[in-house]
Ligand binder design. Structure first.
Ligand SMILES: [Zn+2]
Ligand SMILES: [Zn+2]
Ligand SMILES: [Zn+2]
Length: 150
C-alpha cells in the first residue's frame, strides 16, 4: 500500500500511542490527516463518516487525550479538531463569529512559543490554545461592520 511520506500513517500513530487500531480511530485519523484545515464533528458526518456521533465524539476524545489530535474550542460551543503531529506544528487559530469558519494561522516562532510556555514554578504546560475571533475576509464587508465605521 502506498502512503504519503509527507504525513502520518493512522495505524503507525495508534501503534506508537499503544492504542488499539479500531476502524473508527483509523477512519477519523485518515480524515484529519487528509484535511488541510481543522474540522468539526458535523464536517465528519456530512462527509459521509459512517458511524454515530457518540462514537465520533468518544473517538476524538481518546485521540485528544493521547495528544494525537488537537481540540480547538470556539465561543459557539462547536469544537474543531486537527492533527497534533510534527507536520502540523502548534499554531493560533482565527474564528469568524459571523460565518463560524475556522482558519489555521502560521505557527508561532520558537521564541514566542517558549515565552508562552514559561510558567510559574509548579505549573506544567501540556497544551496551549491560542484563538483569535473576529470577522473573516468574506464577512468583513457585512453591514455589521459598516455600522461601526466612523
Ligand atoms: Zn503528520
Ligand atoms: Zn466569516
Ligand atoms: Zn489549525
Amino acid at each position: 500500500m502506498e502512503k504519503k511520506d509527507s504525513h502520518c500513517d493512522p495505524r503507525e500513530v495508534l501503534e506508537r500511542k499503544q492504542l488499539a487500531r479500531t476502524a473508527p480511530r483509523i477512519a477519523i485519523l485518515e480524515k484529519l490527516i487528509r484535511s488541510d484545515r481543522a474540522i468539526t464533528v458535523n464536517d465528519l458526518v456530512s462527509e459521509g463518516m459512517d458511524m454515530d456521533r457518540v462514537t465520533i465524539y468518544r473517538t476524538l476524545n481518546t485521540l485528544r487525550d493521547k495528544g494525537i489530535v488537537r481540540e480547538i474550542p470556539t465561543s459557539s460551543g462547536t469544537n474543531y479538531y486537527e492533527m497534533a503531529c510534527r507536520h502540523n506544528p502548534l499554531h493560533p487559530h482565527f474564528y469568524c463569529t459571523s460565518c463560524r469558519s475556522m482558519t489555521c494561522l502560521p505557527p508561532l516562532a520558537g521564541g514566542e512559543m517558549k515565552a508562552w510556555l514559561t510558567l510559574p514554578e509548579g505549573l506544567l504546560a501540556r497544551d496551549l490554545t491560542v484563538s483569535i475571533s473576529g470577522l473573516c475576509g468574506r464577512c468583513d464587508g457585512a453591514p455589521v461592520r459598516k455600522e461601526k465605521e466612523k
